[in-house]
Design a protein around this ligand. Sequence first.
Ligand code: G
Ligand code: G
Ligand code: MN
Length: 455
Amino acid sequence: MRSLFASLPALFSAGFARTLRDREARLTHMALHDQETGLGNRLSLERQASGPGALYIALVCVDRFEVVRNAIGYDSMARLLATLGQRLSALSGGAAVARVGGGTLGLVFGSDSDESAVTLAARLCEAAHAPVSLNGALVDIALTAGVAAVADVNRNVPSAVDRASIAVDQARATRRRAAAFDAERYGDPAGNLSLISEMMAAMRNGELSLAYQPKYDFRAEGITGIEALMRWTHADRGCVSPDLFIGMAEETGHIRPLTEWAIRRAIADQKTLAAAGHELTLSVNISGRLLSDESFADFALAEVAASGAALCFEITETAVVDYPELALRIIERFAGAGISVSLDDYGSGLSSLTYLKQIRADELKIDKSFILGLDQSSRDALLVKSTIDLAHSLGLRVTAEGVETPTALALLRGMGCDMAQGYLIGRPVALAELVGQLAGEKSGEDAHDERARQA
Ligand code: G
Ligand code: G
Ligand code: MN
């Protein structure tokens, strides 16, 4: 209020028009610049990008920005970014560099392909990342860049600045200095979002089911267990891949209701199987993320206690390593309640021998990526054999998954593997089909016994 009244006399002065012009210029400057660094801002970058020709936006990000900023302070960070901006501008032949966000600088340049744009951006990062001198101290920083073509024929994608920003994440995820926006890798987040709410509905309206895949026991020479694998038959989309919806459920915090549904379903199905004369251990996949959720463990233990079910929990080994202490305690609780614990996909992730020693597990499942090549690769064979020996020395039973050929099966038997699972033994099938197969196998065995008796 005060400044408004203070400026009133100007309305009547001769310099009024000039004051207005100055003010307008100042406002325009403010609208297009970052106050802290004096560099351009996002709006100025977008304006440049509306120019003619085949243009690209490059965003250059300071790695571990928050950590560096907290270490050197906000003021020093602003000066560091200003210096970086000058360097990038000089290196790119005078391009106007803008500050787009916290530790992100952007510039526009001409390029005729993603490849050459990435090469240029990577070169900028390499050249600009030399230490910056602040108050006599040298601050070392690393940079990652993302580029995106300003003109994108696909109308259904985010703005060029956003695409370049996503490209930065994509570069980091794949440990590259620079990357171009990859639409395929980005996928369809809006579609995925609706998929999540549909997934919750699918659970209630019967679109979810469990398929069962048999586990063959070498010593017993028969099927002694089955693994439950979730299936979703969507009314419009058809079969939705579990890799997609399980991964999404994990990332959005929806894996718990899905897993609780699977445990209840599996326990009910185990009773159906028992009634048909098949006593089988039933394996349920448990996302490692649930091993940081004590109340999920409460739920699982209560269900098992109430039903007397014989369950095995297959836990993804990569995730176990993420939450070591709590995970180990929850696994102890499972084991204490008579649930057998299996470490799934062993060898595919951050296999940690240290944790392997600490986890109270009963079974180790060797990832199918090692088993699929077993009959061709002597290196895989060596790895599998040594993993089996190691697991045995730790008192673990070993299951090999992805057994597709009789040769692989024979090799595994020779290596002392305990159990095998894979298309050779049986594909994942619906409960009714499994019951049919098991009945067929039983009558086959009976016939075999009958022939043996007659011989
Ligand atoms: O079943 P395949 O048939 O395509 O399964 C793909 C992936 O999904 C596997 O890694 C498997 O462990 C996982 N998966 C299948 N069903 C479940 C489930 O009920 N819970 C969890 N957490 N993962 C599952
Ligand atoms: O990750 P997890 O082990 O829980 O999942 C098992 C996955 O492996 C499922 O997607 C299942 O369909 C798949 N699978 C099972 N047996 C075989 C096999 O013999 N070959 C191949 N390629 N995949 C298999
Ligand atoms: Mn599994």
